[in-house]
Design a binder for this molecule. Structure first.
Ligand code: NDP
Ligand code: HSE
Length: 403
């Protein structure tokens, strides 16, 4: 029997216990031994919960119990979660986590610590919720030189954008729905301002390069400026709007990474990823493109990924599962020199001036709209576009990069 402790009995943590119990025949068979949730650590008590008797409040009880071999960290944050993870790894207990903030911030250190103590730090659930993507990058695409990764990596924002597009729903009410469904972060600003997707692309970029890609150096824009008017034009242009997290290898140790809303052609596979679903589009130098798709957030999909790590740890007790992610920082290229084509929505009165200033290749008029018009630019440097747009001032009503 392998004893497991779950830290944090919230959305994901309660899902982990449920998956281990509901799928116990399968999970135990694949682990090679029976898995037993011995402790659940939380700040609260859960009277009436079927596992209320396992709930404790003192982490020391877990870390000092030699019977506990695997710890699931589903608390979130980089405070207590970091301290508890380190303490568990130092005792040789493997840790499986859904906490992308912690993985993005301290991934290489925690991996090093785990391996020094002959145990593992696994984080399949930290990117793309239930989608297997960390394991494919680590074990399946090992013959590839991965050149680029583009993903829809945040379920909350994809849910919001989809509802805005399909139902014309307003931002605030859909965000509330996403929170009720357990998709959103404790502070949903991390979702809507793009920080969560940024942490996830930092993790994927680190695995792509083997070097540490610092999330704090990645250019990040969220979805708060995307409006219903933008969707009207996107529809008229045969496009959708998605929050994309992109990363491309430029050279040895150098990556170009960014998170921003893009107006994407409807025919692209990423345009068809709707609701809470996420997708990761990986380009390798031999395989070419491959895409990984599934539910990017929510209790059971995320818990399923955490438990898949638990099974992996159970199969590798006392053995290290390799993960190439060095401490050394990769260089993050400045995006100001990147060439991007843009969608620009302007006041109708300023169309000609904007067309001339931005070198528009196409304009778009939506029947029934007299106040605004849209134009599409040729690719131009980010810095050049920002300067020209700045000169147009308040005549510019909205801008989105094209993909
Ligand atoms: P929740 O807030 O639902 O759950 C966290 C739980 O941990 C809460 O019950 C909380 O207690 C408890 N907790 C917090 N601090 C401590 C502590 N110091 N000691 C003991 N218990 C503590 O969060 P989620 O389950 O949604 O998310 C957990 C992690 O998984 C986060 O890192 C999140 O980013 C990540 N994640 C979440 C997904 C989702 O769909 N929800 C998907 C993928 C990843 P209390 O409520 O009393 O504060
Ligand atoms: N808040 C995150 C999201 C949870 O919406 O994608 C999954 O990481």
């Amino acid at each position: 029997m392998i004893n497991v402790a779950v830290l944090g009995y919230g959305t994901v943590g309660s899902g982990v216990v449920e998956v281990i119990e509901k799928n116990k025949d399968m999970v135990n068979k694949k682990s090679g031994q029976e898995l037993r949730v011995k402790y659940i650590l939380d700040l609260r008590d859960f009277p009436g919960d079927p596992y209320a008797d396992r709930v404790i409040h003192d982490f020391d009880k877990i870390v000092n119990d030699d019977e506990v071999a695997i710890v699931c960290e589903t608390m979130g944050g980089v405070g207590a979660a970091y301290q508890f993870t380190k303490a568990a790894l130092e005792k040789g207990k493997s840790v499986c986590t859904s906490n992308k903030e912690l993985v993005a911030k301290h991934g290489p250190e925690l991996l090093r610590l785990a391996h020094a103590h002959n145990c593992n730090y696994l984080f399949e659930a930290s990117v793309g919720g239930g989608i297997p993507i960390i394991r494919p990058l680590n074990y399946s695409l090992t013959a590839e030189r991965i050149e680029a990764i583009t993903g829809i990596l945040n379920g909350t924002t994809n849910y919001i954008l989809t509802k805005m597009e399909q139902d014309g729903a307003d931002f605030e009410s859909v965000l509330k729905e996403a929170q009720e469904k357990g998709y959103a972060e404790r502070n949903p600003e991390a979702d809507v301002e793009g920080h969560d997707a940024c942490r996830k692309i930092a993790i994927l970029s680190s695995l792509m390069t083997g070097k540490n890609v610092d999330s704090e150096k990645i250019y990040t824009e969220g979805i708060t400026k995307v409006t219903a008017d933008d969707f009207v034009y996107a529809k008229a242009a045969g496009r959708s709007i998605k929050l994309l997290a992109r990363s491309r290898v430029l050279g040895e140790d150098e990556v170009l990474a960014m998170v921003a809303p893009f107006m994407i052609d409807k025919s692209h596979p990423l345009a068809m990823v709707n609701g809470v679903f996420n997708a990761v589009f990986v380009t390798g130098n031999m395989l070419g493109d491959s895409m990984y798709y599934g539910r990017g957030a929510g209790k059971l999909p995320t818990a399923s990924a955490v438990v898949s790590d638990v099974v992996d740890c159970a199969r590798h007790l006392g053995r290290i599962i390799m993960c190439f992610w060095e401490d050394k920082d990769a260089h993050i290229a400045d995006i100001s020199g990147v060439e991007t084509a843009w969608f620009v929505r302007v006041k109708t009165s300023a169309l000609q001036q904007a067309q001339a200033a931005l070198g528009a290749v196409r304009t778009l008029e939506v029947p029934g709209r007299s106040e605004d018009r849209a134009l599409f630019t040729k690719p131009m440097k980010e810095s050049e576009f920002a300067k020209k747009c700045g000169e147009l001032g308040s005549d510019v009503l909205g801008t989105l990069r094209l993909y």
